[in-house]
Design a protein around this ligand. Structure first.
Ligand code: PLP
Length: 375
């Protein structure tokens, strides 16, 4: 059997990784400023993470959600405190798309409505309702297009108000900082307008923090830069530092009932151990502050390169916009400089999504590599 060929691949085969460093099958070292698409939050194979997962596996790796699993409650408690969201309840699943799928389903259960407002260039995942709220027709099959989604531009105050007034919508879903779309973000004024108008019209606000959450933006959640409180918050990626885990934080005003949501694997013992390890490292090593501080350092360094037209993002969710497409530059950075970076729907944007425990020295190395290839 061969693999179903859906991924265009770079010709690098990592066999081990430690911190920010990835080593390939020929023993060549690379610096990982992509984090496997914003997944590696506390660094590859962090010793605390490895120990926690190994110990968990020595005890119990998995049982279903039909038994008591105190690790889930422990995780919910820790997450509530660290994120300043202890007035939410936690539902655990396995990926970002699944988190958004459950968030949209919750909003629809709660309101009895089925239409959703999403934003231009949004990316919310590849499952049924999540992909329909993703602004990319190429990854929507006819079956997905049965969902009723209205796409608006950020800052379209009138469009948002008019749509919500129809009384047909269950949710507005948005990324605080767009990831795949290219690091655009709504203004605080627009964010607060969404919150107010949704309240007025009994529509739920879903903050997709799959990429911007868990400290990447320099606050625990990206929406916290804008002083609002969503009804549902989707999480995944950095949450497990590579272990597949996702979830939604559901405001406690929304009530649960048995069977309303469910999953076989979600919240299993290993997933909880991985997420607990991430939270402990974020806290013990002050990584959210580090993301904030290094984001500022990164912004300062961009002044050294004239070819950079725009700097986008916050914390360690950053991008550099050029007046040319960056596909070739990314290849040169990988093959010649041994530096991994990210792309986006905006072909002129180079993304920087490293682990949150990088240092200024790593950023200096990144800019030296960039200068060498821009010569
Ligand atoms: C903001 C956002 N939401 C959802 C997803 C989907 O997550 P997953 O690939 O884990 O399903 C992604 C993935 O890139 C994302 O960036």
């Amino acid at each position: 059997m061969k693999l179903f060929d859906v991924y265009p691949l770079y010709n690098v085969t990592p066999v081990s990784a430690k911190g920010v460093e990835v080593i390939d099958d020929k023993g060549e070292k690379y610096l990982d400023f992509y984090g496997g698409h914003a997944v590696i939050s506390i660094g590859h194979s962090h010793p605390h993470y490895v120990n926690r997962l190994k110990n968990q596996l020595d005890n119990i790796g998995f049982y279903s959600n039909s038994i008591q699993n105190p690790l889930q409650a422990e995780l919910a408690n820790k997450l509530g405190v660290l994120s300043d969201c202890d007035d939410y309840n936690l539902f655990l699943c396995n990926s970002g798309a699944e988190a958004n799928e459950n968030a949209l389903k919750m909003a629809s259960f709660q309101t009895g409505k089925s239409k959703v407002i999403a934003f231009n260039n949004a990316f919310h995942g590849r499952t049924s309702a999540a992909v329909a709220t993703t602004d990319n027709i190429k990854i929507n099959a006819p079956i997905n297009l049965q969902q009723k989604v209205t796409f608006l531009a950020f800052e379209d105050f009138d469009g948002l108000e008019a749509a919500l007034k129809t009384g047909e919508y269950c949710a507005v879903i948005l990324e605080a900082i767009q990831g795949v779309g290219g690091l655009d973000e709504p203004s605080s004024k627009f964010y607060q307008f969404i919150e107010a108008k949704c309240k007025e019209n009994n529509v739920l606000v879903i903050a997709d923090e799959v990429q911007s959450g868990f400290g990447r933006s320099g606050k625990f959640f990206g929406f916290q830069h804008h002083g609002i409180k969503p009804d549902i918050i989707s999480i995944a990626k950095g949450m497990g530092n590579g272990f597949p885990v996702g979830g939604i934080l559901i405001h406690q005003s929304l009530k649960a009932s048995y069977g309303m949501l469910g999953t076989t694997f979600g919240g299993n013992h290993l997933a909880c151990a991985a997420t607990m390890a991430v939270l402990e490292v974020l806290e013990n090593e002050n990584l959210i502050e580090n993301a904030n501080e290094l984001g500022c350092y990164f912004y300062g360094k961009t002044k050294e390169i004239m070819a950079i037209k725009k700097v986008k993002g916050r914390g360690l969710m950053l991008g550099l916009e050029f007046d040319f497409e960056v596909a070739d530059l990314r290849k040169k950075l990988i093959y010649k400089q041994h530096v991994f970076t990210g792309g986006s729907a905006n072909k002129k944007l180079l993304r920087f999504l490293p682990a949150l425990n990088i240092t200024k020295n790593h950023i200096d190395v990144f800019f030296d590599a960039l200068k060498a290839e821009l010569k």
